[in-house]
Design a binder for this molecule. Structure first.
Ligand code: ADP
Ligand code: ZN
Ligand code: MG
Length: 475
């Protein structure tokens, strides 16, 4: 039987406020355990939470950027469960009325083209602490620095059909949250986390099948791989005539498989009820408008502008706007150049190639946008040719030196003196009578042979434009 996958994603994004959601403790990552705590976030008796206004503004911003409707009045609820990383015995979250609902994100894949993925809701909540298991001493410790750090949970509709779509949706959401500057988006530090819900149904059937929920997906690649695996596993179960069990499963990236973690709890297991310590959250139009004014150009708009303003092809514009840092890098590097497309090409191939090989992101690039721009200007001014520029670029990566200094040190200035080049062209023609005859006989492919000879003589430094002209004349 043919099955269709149905996928819905829940994303937890940490809001980048300086302090926690219900107390004044710092949210700074990497502090010594329990340094960022107080009676409120350690759940002492009698403590009273006070809502962080900045966290609400960030949540509103995220809601606006994902086309959600903001509820004028929303509430905080207690989600009750026991775990040692949750000192109060409940998590303050939003259940019945979240801050925002009914949004969508537009995604695009090669297979399915453009598609809207619904966003069911965005709600605000506090994070739990962290358990540190110490097998050497057979004990566990608890660090409450993360307890009370503000999160938004962004829940998608089950509109996603492939692991690829899931990956595109997640990357886009991640990129938007970074564009609007409400989340650091560091997946390793866990401030952008995703759970994936997956079920299968026979093709053509309307009702959804039983779903499993995957946790521990700490990179985009792992999300895609885990979903692929889970689709295969569920297909196998159903084809055997068995039933998928509703449960939470853990992705094990070292084994490339998911394993059962626990039965999935239902909402009523949590005994949600309105938190009596917190008044309803009122967000008026005025507040929404103030936040709306802070929303910058978003990826789709930037992409259209790049196409118009810099005459880029859609594919390049899409890649260059995929992260705000990359887009800024491009604009800064291209600003002083005549040829904007050249900047785009160099970033897409040489710069991104280098970053990929090193496994780092643009923010860690050893070559700054300014230095990169200087290099491209040297090409534009005819000071070096592109093959020399590649050498200079590699050297910039290794030594962080200024491109002009590298060119001097390595003697890479382009030879564009026509009389000097003309002499060489004459020499090459004299040295290779057979090739010249064959060329004149119509074997025009030999042109690159002559070009190669000149480049050899100049150690790659000849200005290819001038050489081409000279060769054409002489041949
Ligand atoms: P929770 O996981 O906390 O119980 P929900 O019931 O709201 O929360 O569902 C969470 C996610 O699961 C949503 O993204 C939703 O789209 C998705 N989902 C719900 N039912 C299915 C299903 N049958 N198959 C796949 N995903 C589903
Ligand atoms: Zn605190
Ligand atoms: Mg869930």
């Amino acid at each position: 039987m043919q099955f269709e996958p149905v996928i819905g994603l829940e994303v937890h994004a940490q809001l980048k406020t300086k302090t926690k959601i219900f107390c004044g403790c710092s949210t700074q990552f990497g502090k010594s355990p329990n340094a960022n705590t107080c009676p409120v976030c350690t759940g002492m008796p009698g403590m009273l939470p006070v809502l962080n206004k900045q966290a609400v503004s960030f949540a509103i911003k995220a809601a606006l950027a994902t086309h959600c409707k903001i509820n004028q009045e929303s509430r905080f609820d207690r989600k009750n469960y026991f775990y040692p990383d949750l000192p109060k015995g409940y998590q303050i979250s939003q259940y019945a009325i979240p801050i925002a609902e009914h949004g969508y994100l537009e995604i695009e894949t090669d297979k399915t083209g453009q598609k809207k993925i619904g966003i069911t809701r965005i709600h605000m909540e506090e994070d739990a602490g962290k358990l540190i298991h110490d097998p050497a001493r057979a004990r566990s410790m608890v660090d409450l620095n993360r307890t009370g750090v503000p999160l938004i949970e962004i829940v998608s509709e089950p509109d996603i059909r492939t692991s690829k779509e899931a990956g595109v949706y997640l990357r886009k959401l991640h990129s938007i949250l970074k564009y609007i500057d409400v989340c650091d988006g560091n997946m390793e530090q866990g401030n952008f986390r995703c759970d994936a819900n997956i079920s299968l149904r026979p093709r053509g059937q309307k009702e959804f099948g039983t779903r499993t929920e995957l946790k521990n997906l700490n990179s985009f690649k792992n999300v895609e791989k885990a979903i692929l695996y889970e689709i295969e596993r569920q297909t196998y179960v159903l084809e055997e005539g068995k039933q998928v069990i509703q449960e939470t499963r853990l992705w094990d990236p070292s084994k490339n498989k998911t394993t059962s973690m626990r039965g999935k709890e239902d909402a009523h297991d949590y005994r949600y009820f309105p938190d009596p310590d917190l008044v309803p959250l009122i967000v008026d139009d005025n507040w929404i408008q103030i936040v709306a004014r802070e929303i910058p150009e978003l990826p789709d708009e930037k992409r259209s502008r790049f196409i118009k303003e810099y005459k880029l092809v859609d594919y390049d514009a899409k890649i260059l706007t995929s992260s705000i840092e990359l887009a800024d890098f491009f604009e800064k590097a291209a600003a002083p150049l005549k040829d904007k497309k050249q900047a785009a090409n160099w970033i897409m191939t040489t710069l991104l190639g280098m970053l990929n090989a090193k496994g780092i992101t643009i923010t860690k690039s050893p070559v700054t946008a300014t230095a990169f721009s200087k290099l491209l200007q040297l090409i534009e001014d005819g000071k070096i040719n592109t093959s020399a520029a590649k050498t200079v670029f590699d050297e910039m990566v290794d030594t962080l030196k200024d491109p002009k200094i590298i060119i001097k040190e390595k003697g890479l200035e382009q030879v564009s003196d026509s009389s000097e080049l003309e002499a060489m062209v004459t020499e090459i023609i004299d040295e290779n009578p057979d090739e010249v005859a064959a060329y004149r006989d119509g074997k025009t492919k030999l042109f690159s042979f002559f070009m190669g000879q000149i480049m050899k003589k100049t150690r790659g430094k000849a200005d290819p434009k001038i050489v081409t002209q000279l060769l054409k004349n002489k041949l």
